[in-house]
Each structure stands twice: as C-alpha cells, then as structure tokens.
Design a protein around this ligand. Structure first.
Ligand code: RIB
Ligand code: CA
Length: 309
C-alpha cells in the first residue's frame, strides 16, 4: 500500500505515523500547522523519520488556516507538540517543496495508487484541491480524521472537532470538492479508546519506536488520566488503522456532510444529513465502528514490529 500522510504531529499523529511505517510504503508526509505551530510539527515529523531510520520526505505546508486564526492544542500535546521532552533536534532536513505542490506531484507520479490520509487540519489539501480540482480522480482513497457526526466535538465550539474547527474553510473546500471521503470522527474515537495498562505494556517493548513514543506520550497520557478519561483516545491511530486495514470496519454509513462556517456556537461543525433532507449526494463514508482487537493489534505493531500479524 502506498500512503501519503498529511499530518500535524502531535502525539496521536506520531502513533499513526509509526503504524504506517510498520505496514505501508509511506511515499511522503506533508505537514500542517494545528496541534502546534508549523515549525514544531515539521521538526516532530523529521524526528520521527530519524527515530524510524527511514528516508520519508517531509514537506512543510501552510503556517496558518486559510481565513481566520485558530488556537492550537499545545495544552494537550505540549508546547513542542511532542510532550516537551527536549529531544535532540533532528539532523534530517525538510523538503523545499510545499506540501500542496507535493500532494499534486505525487498524485501524478502514483496516479490511482495512493491512499491519502489527513490527520490534521485540511489547509494543505484544500490548497492542493483549489490548485487542481482534478486531484480526486488520481487518489485511490482519501481518509480524514475529523469532525463529530452527532455534534459531540472536543473544542470550545461544542459540536466542532479540533481538525475541522482549526480550519473550517479548508474543510468546506475538501468536503465540497471531493466525491467521497472516508471519515473517522471524534465520536468513533471515543468508542475505541485504548486501555492505559495495555498501552504501558506495549510501550515496554525494547524498540526505538516504543521508547520514543513512551517519552513523547507521557504528558498526554497523564493529562488524559487527570481529566478523567477512562481510556486513552488516539484519533489519528484509529484513522490510520482504517487506512491500513479497511476490513476492520464493522459499521459505516454514507451520508452528505457539510461544514458550518458562520455559527457563533457551531463554526467548524460537521453537519450530517442523516435523513437525506437536503437531497444532496453522499460525500462521506462515516466509519461508526471497527474491530477493537484488530485496531489494537495495529497500534501495538507500530510500537513493536515483532508483534505484526
Ligand atoms: O480531534 C483530534 C485531532 O486533533 C487529532 O488529529 C489530533 O492530533 C488533533 O490534531
Ligand atoms: Ca492530528
């Protein structure tokens, strides 16, 4: 499987990226601002490439959302986006090619073969789509981690999830310009949490990936426990599991999804037409449930490849 990852690493992005490199040919990573600023998300992606000892290209993207500024998620991920562990700066260098242009170039080089997964705000993908509206025809699958299909989001705008809420205009461009996306939302993430003790056991593996992830995730695991989360929620890891093994999906529905841009309480909401009241064609396959055991197996193999099935 050829995978192109657009991401704002970010601790859960990091787990998804480790999973991807354990199971797929990652042709490149294009980097968004989101969890933290672009300077950190690019450095974090480069550090992961170094820890993995691979030569995956890293393409910096947009520093800001398309229209309005947005707050980051440093309170969860740390000021540097990787738990403020003070890791040694990566020696690897980022590409000089912009993320949006890399997405278009790679869509031609690997026409019809790429699985594109978006794990952060959709700014880069929106720009690529505006530059070339024929992009969807060359992409095999587009998966998006984002949204809250029944309005239970994770930001101060209650129905908005972070990735969509960070750049709603970009999400509107993508959802209105792409025929069919696979959507893994925050509510599915909440249904598929990870057991803290199990994760601790997986993190005790004697691998570079497990050691690095144990360090950068310590702060988010502590934060989650202190905020009463019964299980660790790893949205990007869930989305990556669906990308890597579509067969783990046990329940999904195709519906039209629109993005709210103007609501004072609802800007960034993913509005799902569950009863087809607007008569618009479905543009999203909403993933509602997956096989939990197979999801956890994919997570574990990202930390310790000897456990790969
Ligand atoms: O709402 C969860 C999403 O926002 C994840 O992608 C996480 O990394 C943050 O970017
Ligand atoms: Ca992310």
């Amino acid at each position: 499987m050829k995978l192109l990852i657009d991401t704002d690493p970010g601790v859960d992005d990091a787990l998804a990226i480790l999973m991807a490199h354990a199971h797929a040919d990652v042709v490149a990573m294009t980097i968004a601002a989101g969890n933290v600023g672009l300077r950190h998300t690019v450095a974090n992606a480069l550090k992961l490439v170094e820890v993995l000892d691979v030569d995956t290209p890293v393409h910096p993207g947009c520093e800001q959302p398309l229209v309005l500024p947005a707050a980051d998620a440093a309170f969860v991920h740390g000021a540097d986006g990787f738990g403020d562990t003070g890791y040694d700066a990566p020696q690897r260098l980022a590409s000089g090619e912009h993320a949006a242009l890399a997405i278009l170039r790679l869509s031609h080089e690997h026409a019809g073969e790429l699985t594109l997964i978006a794990l952060g705000p959709l700014t880069n993908l929106a720009l690529a789509l505006r530059l070339d509206p024929t992009l969807p025809g060359r992409i095999k699958r587009l998966l998006i981690m984002g949204g809250a299909v029944n309005g239970r989001g994770n930001t101060h705008r209650v129905p908005a999830e972070f990735n969509i809420g960070f750049d709603p205009e970009a999400a509107h461009v993508v959802f209105s310009g792409w025929p069919m996306v696979e959507l893994i939302d925050w509510e599915a993430t909440m249904r598929h949490g990870l057991d803290y003790a199990e994760l601790e056991h997986w993190l005790s593996a004697d691998t570079a990936e497990a050691g690095f992830y144990a360090a950068i995730s310590r702060r988010t695991r502590t934060w989650a426990l202190e905020h009463g989360r019964k299980r660790l929620l790893s949205a990007d890891a869930l989305a990556m599991a669906v990308a890597l093994d579509p067969g783990i999906v046990s329940e999904a529905e195709e519906r039209h999804v629109g993005i709210e841009l103007a609501g004072s309480l609802t800007r960034g909401a993913t509005v799902v037409d569950w009863d087809d009241r607007m008569g618009r064609p479905a543009n999203a396959r909403i993933i509602l449930a997956v096989d939990q055991a197979r999801f956890e197996s994919l997570v574990r193999s990202g930390l310790d490849r000897t456990t790969r099935k």
